[in-house]
Design a protein around this ligand. Sequence first.
Ligand SMILES: Cc1cc2nc3c(=O)[nH]c(=O)nc-3n(C[C@H](O)[C@H](O)[C@H](O)COP(=O)(O)OP(=O)(O)OC[C@H]3O[C@@H](n4cnc5c(N)ncnc54)[C@H](O)[C@@H]3O)c2cc1C
Length: 459
Amino acid sequence: MLKESIVAELKRICGDEDVLTTPEALKAYSYDGTTNWIKEPEAVVFPKTASEISEVLKLANREKIPVTPRGGGTNVSGGSVPWFGGIVLCTTKMNKIKKIDKENLSCTVECGVVLQDLNTALAKEGLFFPPDPQSFLGATIGGIIAENAGGPACVKYGVTKQYVLGLQVVLPTGEIVNLGGRTLKNVAGYDLIHLFISSEGTLGVISEAELKVNPLPPARKTIVAVYDSVEKAGETVFRVLENGVIPGKIELLDNWVINRIEEMMPMGLPKEADAMLLFECDGIEEAVQKETDKIVEIAKIYGARDVRVAKDMDEANRYWMARRAGFAAVFGKAKTVLSEDVTVPRGMIPALIRKSKEIAKKYGLELVILGHAGDGNLHPSFLTDINNKEHYERAQKAMEEIIYAAVELGGVLSGEHGIGLEKQKFFMRVTDPVAIDLMKKIKALFDPNNIMNPGKIWE
Ligand SMILES: Cc1cc2nc3c(=O)[nH]c(=O)nc-3n(C[C@H](O)[C@H](O)[C@H](O)COP(=O)(O)OP(=O)(O)OC[C@H]3O[C@@H](n4cnc5c(N)ncnc54)[C@H](O)[C@@H]3O)c2cc1C
């Protein structure tokens, strides 16, 4: 419990109604998108300005109270769980879109703006923010930057780090610092912006961002390719790319996910198929048509049993809704789900799928695979139950083997979900010790009292 005098000071800074300490509130902010990491904070605060964040951090720094930044709480690595208690600093009341600059293809937003709200506002100007984590209904810009989130569209458009032009950040010591600017090119001094991208709330609180945005593409087409073998689906991904076509999206759904989606919302997906690939081409109409034709041709050559181009946007939207439901489909089916986001060079996707299946068989577990196949980022998942010790430990061991298999195939242990609490032990084993030492020194420089999201990444 925080001392009464500290709670009173927090209320003076943020206002009475924006400091929560009731047992219900503390429980509500004790977990995030993971199902296996839970720890209650001692207070939750909702600052409305960078100055309020600064005052909260100065107080926390003086009293050495841990502060865990939180946006939508949708991350799936335990990142916004307050592992050492203290204060959860929730940014959802900083949700203003301050400026959309159509001429310069950029926008200025507060950190708590939800991605869907940003894209709705941008669409009115014919624009969009390309990185598209599938949690866009709840994920905030601050969380998206702190996790360097990506999504289906990243195969063509890249991840969040390619879209951050400038940041306003509040440091753990309370200073408010402006980094970068509004231009596409900027090589003045060290690139401090990128230190905050994927920092998982450990270096400071991102209060505002200047983002690059793109014009909405005038045409889109969705292609569905159905396979009797998930490995063949994996091979098609890099065959399409090596043939010079870079679609907007390439997503993979395996047999389990297809059947679970049909169970949740029947829409005529091929239930007996081993896998499905969903492609989206976007751009000017003539180019989209040519790319679509090429994808259909290549998918057939590399083993698709059936290839179909959605006849209109309604049909296309149904397929993409099914893909979006994929994660919920998996998480809704078990008490505990171990779902990773290993990423391999695209040519290694079939090998990773093969290896994951072998590991699942060895441990007697059912494997579920979906993911952003276009950028080599798969989500192998095991359904388990944290209360069933034997099963849970078996699933953990199997997942560990999959993670190391991905690394051996030249990949990384996290493509988008971050390290948080979930992947610390793997991070320590596969990362160059000199790099870890440098990261720790950077952390100590920014956060001498280790108040910002302690317990995350390497501890
Ligand atoms: C159904 C579902 C689908 C998902 N799909 C994807 C996907 O396709 N791609 C993907 O990349 N991720 C995906 N995710 C993971 C998650 O949504 C993203 O990581 C998202 O970026 C988190 O945003 P958030 O606002 O919820 O952040 P939170 O979960 O609240 O926080 C995430 C991390 O960022 C820190 N943080 C939050 N706000 C700030 C701030 N203002 N300043 C500094 N640090 C901050 C927190 O301390 C924490 O470490 C998915 C999650 C779910 C539940």
